[in-house]
Design a protein around this ligand. Structure first.
Ligand SMILES: NC(=O)c1ccc[n+]([C@@H]2O[C@H](COP(=O)([O-])OP(=O)(O)OC[C@H]3O[C@@H](n4cnc5c(N)ncnc54)[C@H](O)[C@@H]3O)[C@@H](O)[C@H]2O)c1
Length: 272
């Protein structure tokens, strides 16, 4: 049995993950954690998210260590916000509890520290800005295609719902990093985040990143490779959040086989 704790338990992702976890024969939901001092404290998570009683009470994050210590969690799943997730990772790793983290928007500093925390605590972790199978195949296509189109202008456009807090999306940033690496260029030198005013002609080196926000769009990522007389677009469209939730379930089933002390990717989970 895999004992699963979830932070961001009533959020869009957290609640979807809990609904799927309780359906799995090999998983137990053991903790549901929300913002510190949540007014939902002690309410049954299942009743709050509309699936009936689960026997698991919502806890505020101020009691995170106590809950992790007493719940016998093997793994904690975090889909919250970067600063909260960073604190959760620090505290959870201390207890030797494995981690599946989908939260996006970490600073470079936080990412460096997370690598260090995972390494020192030797926990098994899967951290990915996008847990969908299709997006991870999309990343693989970008890896393969970029070296074939070195002279082409590359632009990344992502579109998300109007509640999304960070931009560009973690997925767009991962696409940017993959492409930059394949071009042998440093991300600090070539990213142009939106354009406004008389910015001059596009340079050969730059990669434009554009974030569109609106309505309830789950997430679209489009990479354009534009040359003379033609362009190629590689596009991924998520139709619903289930694609991410299914990836989380795969990551939960994989985690015991993950390399301790290393951040395993969805490529490791999916065998890409
Ligand atoms: N990796 C992926 O595949 C993937 C897919 C979708 C969303 N995301 C990311 O997941 C994160 C959450 O997205 P969402 O749409 O579910 O957001 P959301 O706002 O619906 O949910 C976030 C939840 O986290 C809770 N929270 C905030 N601080 C907390 C803390 N300290 N402890 C416990 N809970 C806390 C909030 O109360 C909220 O319920 C975002 O960073 C988003 O970009 C990743």
């Amino acid at each position: 049995m895999i004992n699963v704790a979830v932070t961001g338990a009533v959020g869009r992702m957290g609640s979807g993950i809990i609904k799927k976890v309780v359906e799995q024969e090999n998983m137990n939901l053991v903790a549901a954690i929300e913002v510190p001092n949540t007014p939902l404290e002690n309410k049954d998570i299942g009743e709050v998210i509309g699936i009936g009683k689960t026997g698991v009470k919502i806890t505020g994050a101020e009691n995170l260590e106590e809950v992790i210590g007493s719940s016998k969690a093997n793994v904690l799943v975090d889909f919250t916000i970067a600063n909260a997730a960073f604190e959760t990772i620090k505290k959870t790793a201390k207890f030797g509890v494995n981690l599946v983290v989908g939260t996006t928007g970490f600073s470079d500093e936080q990412i460096k520290d997370i690598h260090k925390i995972i390494k020192e605590s030797k926990v098994k972790a899967v951290i990915s800005s996008n847990m969908s199978i299709g997006v991870n195949v999309f990343f693989k296509i970008l890896k393969d295609i970029t070296p074939l189109l070195l002279d082409y202008d590359i632009e990344i456009i992502e579109t998300h719902h109007n509640k999304k807090k960070d931009s560009p999306s973690g997925t767009a940033m991962t696409a940017f990093e993959i492409i930059s690496e394949k071009l042998n260029r440093n991300t600090d030198d070539i990213g142009v985040f939106g354009r406004k005013g008389v910015v001059g002609e596009r340079t050969k080196n730059e990669i434009g990143l554009h974030a569109v926000r609106g309505g309830d769009i789950i997430g679209t990522h489009n990479v354009i490779f534009a040359g003379e007389g033609e362009h190629i677009e590689i596009k991924h469209v998520a139709h619903n959040r289930d694609v991410f939730v299914l990836g989380v379930i795969k990551a939960l089933n994989f985690i015991e086989n993950g390399v301790p002390g290393k951040i395993n990717s969805m490529n490791d989970v999916l065998g890409i």
